[in-house]
Design a protein around this ligand. Structure first.
Ligand SMILES: Cc1cc2nc3c(=O)[nH]c(=O)nc-3n(C[C@H](O)[C@H](O)[C@H](O)COP(=O)(O)O)c2cc1C
Length: 174
């Protein structure tokens, strides 16, 4: 058994990383009339002045060319009772199905979709893109946003359990 510096057993890496708390969002993208959305947990505020968010995105996603082409994205914050939306947008690609069909959404200023049942939303313009291993970090300035459901409790990544199927992507140990 591998031990940490303090002599306790080395934790499972996936279990360890699941304790880095994160929210769960539906990121909307649009390039002209082409629109899509995907679930993202790797999104966080990274600066006050200027106000900046960072989103880590897999360049292999169908959403990626729309994100880059459109130059921005929307963020719809999911609530604790919207795990089904995290699953809907996060476990299938637009290459397989039109994920926006049958979902209540409206276009933001850029045309990117905002879920009308979201706890809150933000609209962001991309300021910088940086390669980060197998993902790309997209820095963005918020240009609009609103709290839609002030009393709703946001969904956390830990609440999604094994939904993203990422366990096998972690190394066995650090
Ligand atoms: C809970 C959860 C969190 C996710 N977080 C991210 C993320 O932060 N960045 C990312 O690129 N993909 C993330 N994904 C994976 C994408 O949502 C998923 O691959 C999606 O099917 C991509 O859709 P698209 O090909 O239509 O763009 C997450 C999936 C789930 C279920």
């Amino acid at each position: 058994m591998m031990l940490t510096e303090t002599g306790s057993p080395m934790p499972d890496v996936a279990d360890l990383f699941r304790r880095l708390t994160a929210g769960v969002y539906v990121v909307g993208v649009a390039d002209g009339e082409r629109r899509n959305a995907f679930t993202a947990a790797w999104l966080t505020q990274v600066s006050f002045e200027p106000l900046l968010l960072a989103l880590s995105v897999n360049p292999g996603h169908a959403s990626y060319p729309l994100l880059v082409g459109g130059g921005g994205f929307t963020v719809s914050v999911l609530s604790r009772d919207q795990l089904h939306l995290a699953r809907h947008f996060g476990t299938r690609s637009a290459r397989e199905t039109d994920k926006l069909a049958g979902i209540a959404w409206r276009p933001g200023r850029s045309g990117a979709p905002i879920l009308t049942q979201a706890v809150a939303f933000l609209e962001c313009r991309i300021t910088q893109r940086v390669r980060a291993g197998d993902h790309e970090i997209v820095l963005a300035s918020p240009v609009a946003g609103e709290v839609l459901l002030p009393d709703a409790i946001p969904l956390t990544y830990a609440d999604t359990g094994e939904l993203d199927g990422s366990r096998e992507l972690y190394p066995a140990s650090l």
